[in-house]
Design a protein around this ligand. Structure first.
Ligand code: SF4
Length: 280
């Protein structure tokens, strides 16, 4: 019997970002020689915020900023054990200071808001919400935060705010809504919380929603991505992402898909090429 394959929302997003990078990461499993510092920083902020909400939910107490910062510091220390590539304007200690300011802003902005679930996983077979057709595509993901009143929240750290158009197209929120609709039969409220890494950090809340038609579009997009992966359509998608791509060197050697030989994997070192101006 053919094994059922469940893809994660992260994999869907990775494929849409660059199909060849998806192949390097998820199929060839080529070790990444470094990580952009912005990704590691975002993970540490996420870990601290997750702990903050879980503590409120499970223990019933609201931690103060100093406690949350300790979680960040521990995670940030661990993130820095692997090679990180910093942009010219950033450093390990500078980002630690930035995190203190950002997390203070975040925690002070949580008054009157109660979490009902934190890091809520979902796994389901996708169906088209407009027609009810089962798509034979299995998807899993994790919703960052659910607040009272069925508000599904995604948290992002970013250098700049988001436009209305991009909020309406935000795939992670669309997929949260799709999963919720298929599991509960109604469309939830959605919100993107953006913790901005600006000179003076600020927290922006962007409420939004989706129509059933939007969810149908999202379901079909995910289905098509899964079919493209199954058909092994892996090609480069050159974009701003290349400047921070961990597989830049592998990509330069690409001439139509060819599995990398083991000797190649061990001989490719961090060149820094294409990495210099990693994300702000
Ligand atoms: S360098 Fe750019 S095109 Fe090449 S794999 Fe990375 S993201 Fe894709």
């Amino acid at each position: 019997m053919e094994e059922r394959r469940t893809l994660s929302l992260s994999q869907i997003q990775a494929y849409l970002g660059c199909p060849l990078k998806y192949r390097f990461q998820y199929l060839d499993k080529i070790p990444k020689p470094f990580r952009p510092s912005a990704l590691a920083f975002g993970s540490s902020i996420h870990a601290a915020v997750e702990w903050f909400h879980k503590h409120r939910l499970i223990v019933g107490q609201r931690p103060d900023v100093a406690q949350v910062l300790k979680i960040f510091e521990a995670d940030w220390f661990a993130q820095n054990l692997e090679p990180l590539v910093f942009s010219e304007r950033e450093s390990k200690d500078g980002l630690l200071e930035k995190a203190k300011a950002m997390l203070t802003v975040y925690i002070e902005g949580q008054d009157g808001r109660e979490p009902v679930a934190v890091e809520q996983p979902f796994e389901l077979e996708l169906a088209d919400p407009e027609t009810g057709e089962c798509l034979e595509v299995y998807l899993r993901g994790v919703i960052d935060l659910i607040e009272d009143g069925d508000i599904l929240v995604d948290l992002k750290t970013a250098a700049r705010t988001i436009s209305e158009g991009d909020l309406g197209r935000h795939l992670q929120l669309s997929t949260y809504a799709l999963a919720y609709f298929l599991l509960h039969g109604s469309i939830p409220q959605l919100r993107l919380d953006m913790l901005l890494k600006t000179t003076k950090p600020r927290l922006e809340r962007h409420p939004t929603t989706r129509s059933v038609q939007d969810l149908g579009w999202t379901a079909r997009l995910i289905e098509r991505v899964v079919r493209a992966i199954e058909a092994e359509h892996f090609f480069p998608n050159p974009s701003w992402r290349c400047t921070e791509c961990e597989y830049f060197t592998h990509c330069q050697r690409w001439r139509g898909y060819q599995a990398p030989r083991e000797q190649e994997l061990v001989s490719i070192e961090v060149s820094g090429e294409g990495v210099g101006d990693a994300v702000a």
